[in-house]
Write a protein that binds this ligand. Sequence first.
Ligand SMILES: Cc1ncc(C[n+]2csc(CCOP(=O)(O)OP(=O)(O)O)c2C)c(N)n1
Ligand code: SF4
Length: 273
Amino acid sequence: MENLQTKAINTWCPGCGNFGVLAAFKKAMESYNKEDVVIVSDIGCSSKIIDYLNLSSFDSLHGRSISTASGIKLGNPNLKVIAFIGDGGALNEGISHLIHLAKRNSDITVLMHDNRLFALTTGQFTAVSPKGLKTRSTPEGLVEDPLNPLELMLDSNATFIARSYSSKIDHLALIIKKAIDHEGFSFIEVLQPCISFMDNFKFYNEKIYEIEEEKRTKQQARKLIEEWKYAEVGNIPLGVFYSEVKDSYEKIMNREIIKDKAVNIEKCLEAHL
Ligand SMILES: Cc1ncc(C[n+]2csc(CCOP(=O)(O)OP(=O)(O)O)c2C)c(N)n1
Ligand code: SF4
């Protein structure tokens, strides 16, 4: 873990759930060669994570870490590519990218830090904010029902769908490893409390429970996923809800379309100099 340390000064609020995500990710990385991994950030508190990891990285735009990660994977299919993104980036600014890359079964891992609001901009509502929430953008209380991102992923044909919690570091590290090893689009929702704008540590500690890993049909997965509707009521299952074996976009592209037509970027650049 030590060789993943960087010199960047950590600017997360003390007690932020993101510290748990960082610890779990470092633990998961023990199973990989550093040279094989590329991490991509979005914009937000969550995205600062790439500054704290001594790995090859790319800092993208808000809502765009998913499509950037897919481009990197297509460019070099041997890499393990992980996109970090907040719930705002994934489900507001970048929702179409999330849906299309899941539909495409791009062989990347999307790790969504779900603090259920836009944190870096000091707390505005996102698609997963609870109904009634008073934020700077909803001073009278939010009137909309939240979206269930896992249900969205199931309907978008994602081939690996899981949920974990930033305080369950071993559980999260294992889920990250499973997601990275999965061939195809893997989506992890990490419940990540933001102590400054929505401190729900106590709420999650009381509501979460772990599910067994087993082969499930989409119908069985949906039943589990719908158990928690991002409201006050109901228990919150954690674990892998759905996993399916299917050729990834990059595999099909390389086998059927790119074949021997792969472009040598160095030669292209030389030709233009
Ligand atoms: C296209 C675009 N829209 C809005 C912003 C402003 N902005 C910067 S950070 C941020 C909040 C990020 O929230 P989220 O993606 O949920 O990540 P978090 O900070 O909660 O980890 C916003 C709205 C931006 N940078 N780019
Ligand atoms: S504002 Fe919230 S999400 Fe951002 S660093 Fe502070 S506690 Fe963490």
